[in-house]
Design a binder for this molecule. Structure first.
Ligand code: DAH
Length: 335
């Protein structure tokens, strides 16, 4: 074989390989050209028989023959495989599951609270995280010397602005913007200068509630909170009020739910008391109505606040509030 014949053979081989319609004919084309008894042997024979001065050039051509034909075989094999996998794609197979995220436990409790109070006719109200001292304290009848105003406990931005320490200022904003009757809950983020530990976080959530109308009473408060407690914690949860003081309610109470785990018998969850402290509530103080221009001889109202993390921890058995904020999906995905 001379040089031109080798190059012709190479071109023919590449052409044939490239046109192979399936894997079997590709393999027989490969054997035909590159196999042990294939045409490559003619090339190698020519190389062996060539006079010394031609060996160099023939050697180069022989090498090129082998590599280029092999490359054509590989390329054709890839192309055939790719079209085979398209042809065998089964559109009736179920798709691959990529996994959905889960709602954060705090969000789950808020959503549930919104749903439950929604059944009682409450709509959701919202307010800013950056509040004025007027909305956060003054209008809520909190005197200038009240300890909750201390910069040791509250994040002030300037003399008249702060990060709200509770969701109660939303009560003020709602009453300023509409006439009674009012029936709202306000879930949201709150901020306090607390040192973080297993049960405290400088950043936490509350759900505020406010119901103002003619003849709203403490009995309405107890009934509605009982309904909430049973929907949220379980069907036979009881509620109890303990006398307390808040500047914005009179009378004021703290309220507890009977332990949903031991039903009052005493267990680790309720620290053997049978009761779980939830938060504060009471009848809206007439000073608060005055601050927003409501006539306290016409209307009465109840208000309550509750700590969302606290409910999440009790309900879901989370031992440390910090776990809620570590953003570890292995933890969060469990709920
Ligand atoms: N704002 C109170 C707190 O953060 C909770 C609270 C108590 C809210 C009594 C109320 C209420 O609406 O009436 O501790």
């Amino acid at each position: 074989m001379n040089n031109a014949e080798i190059q012709e053979l190479q071109a023919a081989a590449i052409q044939e390989v490239g046109a192979a319609p399936d894997a079997a004919s590709l393999e027989s084309a490969r054997v035909k050209y590159l196999g042990r008894n294939g045409r490559v042997q003619d090339v190698l024979l020519a190389l062996r028989q060539a006079p010394v001065e031609q060996k160099r050039e023939l050697g180069r051509l022989a090498n090129e023959f082998k590599t280029s034909v092999q490359a054509a075989v590989d390329a054709r094999k890839d192309a055939l495989q790719a079209s085979a996998s398209v042809a065998s794609f089964d559109v009736t197979l179920p798709g691959r599951w990529h996994g959905l995220g889960t709602r954060h436990p705090v969000t789950q409790i808020i959503d549930r609270a919104v749903e439950i109070f929604g059944q009682l006719g409450f709509t959701v109200a919202d307010g800013p995280d950056i509040e004025t001292t007027f909305h956060n304290f003054d209008a809520l009848n909190t005197p200038a010397n009240h300890p909750s105003r201390d910069p040791k406990d509250t994040f002030y931005l300037d003399d008249t602005h702060l990060l709200r320490t509770h969701t109660s200022p939303v009560q003020i904003r709602v009453m300023q913007s509409r006439k009674p009757p009012v029936r709202i809950i306000a879930p949201g983020r709150c901020y306090r200068r607390d040192t973080t530990d297993a049960t405290h976080s400088a950043n936490f959530h509350q759900v505020e509630g406010l119901y103002v109308d003619r003849k709203v009473s403490l009995a309405d408060l107890k009934g509605d909170l009982t309904y909430f407690a049973r929907q949220m914690m379980g069907p036979d949860v009881k509620i109890r009020f303990r006398p307390h003081f808040f500047p914005f309610t009179e009378p004021s109470v703290e309220y507890d739910f009977s332990c949903h785990v031991c039903h009052g018998a005493g267990c680790r969850v309720c620290k053997h008391s049978g009761w779980i402290e939830i938060s504060g509530a009471g009848m809206v103080d007439p000073h608060v109505f005055k601050a927003v221009g409501y006539d306290s001889s016409e209307v009465t109202g109840y208000a309550f606040g509750m700590g969302v993390e606290r409910i999440a921890m009790i309900l879901l058995g989370v031992p440390d509030i910090r776990m809620l904020y570590d953003n570890d999906v292995r933890f969060l995905g469990q709920f």
